[in-house]
Design a protein around this ligand. Structure first.
Ligand SMILES: [Zn+2]
Ligand SMILES: [Zn+2]
Length: 365
């Protein structure tokens, strides 16, 4: 077992404040919100908690300094009744909440709040462009209609917690306080439980929700629908619904942030002589773009304002168009003859190919 001072990363001479600060900083790095179900983080946190419990207490710290870990092993009576450390009866999250004085999911003095619910929604790039109203079908806990969410008739004091809403458990020399599992912290139990919801005050129900998705949404955007999550048991309030947007890939356009990218093929002759090409735009209208003579394959141009709408603004991104010159295939013998004739005539044109050959022979001799 590691030395408690080493575990917290403090000197043996560290003050109480230094120990407290070291514990908080290190413990926050194992926060259960970021490490749910991670046994490594849990183990590390429990080691930190154990070290802190000893070193924060002057008397225990003095004993530890003299005797070491032996002082806190099971069966070593006579040191204030320590039984070693046993966090096993407690969930990581509860333990964390205890150490930092938090109450999870139950705001102090308020009603219990139900869980937040996630809904994943795929939208097309066109839908993301225009924005849309969409009806989604969700399946959440809602208040039971038969008992109006109360869970039944009449109230008794909860026998498990004696009406306190919390139960205390001794864990070594800690006294752990957790929300009562029978009455969920209310301190009351139903005398005559409702049959439709088995006394929980809530039932699962499928229902439609109409949502408005703003123009410009992108993958990773999350929309909060307040109060549309799960209702908490026995007359509690509802959590929130989070709609996670996923924008599906498009066959023509690639999106990067607010900008769009499209590749447009250009016939060889148009590239050489110049002319109009049709450039599609996501609004469905498209544009004629006039090419100058001598377009090279891979040339990119920017068309301003033809990208995606910028979320929560009236601006638009840009459209980047890459032109690919198409080399003709399946030529007739007549076309071949014409091209050969063309090639014989084209020696005096400035040529990228000639420049390239010259550069290669200059470098490699
Ligand atoms: Zn009911
Ligand atoms: Zn209770």
């Amino acid at each position: 077992m590691a030395d408690y001072y080493e575990t917290l990363g403090v000197e043996k001479t560290a003050s109480f404040d230094e120990i407290k600060r070291a514990f908080r900083v290190k413990a926050m790095s194992c926060h259960p919100d970021h490490h749910a179900g991670d046994p490594e983080a849990e183990k590390k946190f429990k080691e930190l908690a154990e070290a802190y419990e000893v070193l924060k207490d002057e008397e225990k710290r003095a004993t530890y300094d003299r005797v070491g870990h032996e002082a806190f092993k099971s069966g070593m009576g006579g040191h204030g009744g320590f039984n070693g450390f046993d966090f096993s009866g407690m969930g990581f999250e509860d333990l964390f909440a205890e150490m930092f004085g938090m109450r999870r999911g139950r705001p102090r003095g308020g009603k219990a709040q139900g869980a937040d619910v996630r809904y994943d929604l795929d939208v097309s790039l066109e839908e993301a462009y225009h924005g849309l109203k969409k009806t989604i079908n969700v399946n959440t806990f809602v208040a039971c209609e038969s008992c109006k969410g109360l869970g039944g008739e009449g109230l008794d004091t909860c026998g498990t917690c004696g009406g306190m809403g919390v139960v205390r458990q001794r864990q070594g020399f800690f006294v752990m306080e957790t929300s009562c599992p029978i009455c969920h912290g209310t301190g009351k139990v139903i005398k005559k439980p409702c049959k439709d919801c088995s006394g929980t005050g809530r039932v699962r129900k499928k229902r439609d929700l109409e949502i408005t998705i703003p123009a410009g949404v992108d993958t990773g955007v999350r929309m909060r629908l307040a109060g549309e999550g799960d209702v908490a048991p026995n007359g509690g309030i509802a959590g929130d619904m989070y709609v996670f947007i996923n924008v599906k890939p498009h066959k023509l356009f690639e999106r990067q942030g607010d900008d769009l990218y499209v590749t447009v093929p250009v016939p060889m002759v148009t590239a050489a002589l110049g002319g109009d090409v049709f450039v599609p735009t996501l609004d469905g209208k498209g544009e004629n773009y006039t090419l100058k003579a001598g377009l090279q394959s891979g040339t990119q141009v920017k068309i301003k304002g033809k990208g995606m709408p910028v979320l929560k603004s009236d601006r638009f991104g840009d459209l980047y168009v890459t032109f690919r010159v198409e080399t003709p295939t399946n030529l007739t013998s007549e076309q071949k003859e014409l091209l050969k004739k063309f090639d014989g005539m084209s020696k005096k044109n400035s040529s990228l190919c000639d420049d390239f050959k010259n550069l290669v022979s200059k470098i490699f001799g």
